[in-house]
Write a protein that binds this ligand. Structure first.
Ligand SMILES: CC(C)(COP(=O)(O)OP(=O)(O)OC[C@H]1O[C@@H](n2cnc3c(N)ncnc32)[C@H](O)[C@@H]1OP(=O)(O)O)[C@@H](O)C(=O)NCCC(=O)NCCS
Length: 174
């Protein structure tokens, strides 16, 4: 496959990121029998609106990294500096809040390149621990995180519309 390049998103990427986050979330979760369409739509309308993504892009502690192949968006990651959660052991935490590859590029190294870039950035930001929440029914992502050295340290609720879903909490030293 062609080279994968990673760059930090700017406010000019609000539309690109809104489309990419909407599409990748839909592709990943819309067809899972445990997700009710109403809950999914409720969450997605709020989380992936241009207003919401623009507001996040404007926050100093929210860092979006975009993976591109031949200039086309192929995936993205979102880091939140200082984000913390009960069960996580850290003094200078960073949350890997989102990591999504476009369906077309899954299994082609985009996720790994984004993960490597996230750790590089976390080191630059002097973070000691990276943590994340991953849905209990998302074994592929769990395997990917385990392969990257993350370990399960607890659970938390992720509210998808009216559905309180269980996320495994995983963390790794930076
Ligand atoms: C989890 C996710 C982000 C991983 O990203 P990805 O782009 O598929 O990851 P990679 O391609 O880098 O790595 C996946 C596999 O491909 C392999 N791989 C890496 N580079 C490769 C390449 N150039 N060619 C082929 N395979 C490659 C990796 O070794 C890895 O192997 P594994 O199956 O044994 O783990 C991706 O599957 C995804 O977006 N899933 C849907 C959304 C989701 O669940 N996100 C997480 C929410 S918490």
């Amino acid at each position: 496959m062609s080279e994968i390049s990673i760059r930090q998103a700017t406010s000019d990427d609000a539309k690109l990121l809104t489309d990419l986050s909407y599409t990748t979330f839909w592709d990943a979760f819309a067809h899972h029998p445990k997700n009710a369409p109403d809950d999914l739509n409720h969450y997605m309308r709020q989380a992936f609106s241009i207003e919401q993504i623009s507001a996040e892009l404007a926050k100093e502690n929210d860092i979006f990294l975009i993976g591109e192949v031949e200039g086309q968006p192929a995936g993205y990651a979102k880091l939140v500096i200082e984000s913390m959660e009960a069960g996580i052991t850290a003094t200078r935490p960073v949350e890997l809040s989102r990591l999504y590859s476009h369906q077309e590029y899954i299994g082609k190294g985009v996720g790994q390149n984004l993960m490597d870039a996230c750790f590089e950035r976390a080191r630059l930001e002097n973070r000691d621990v990276m943590w994340l929440g991953v849905w209990e029914y998302n074994p592929r992502a769990q395997r990917f995180y385990e392969k990257n050295g993350f370990r399960v340290v607890g659970k938390h609720i992720f509210q998808l519309g009216s559905d309180p879903q269980i996320d495994l909490l995983m963390q790794r030293a930076v």
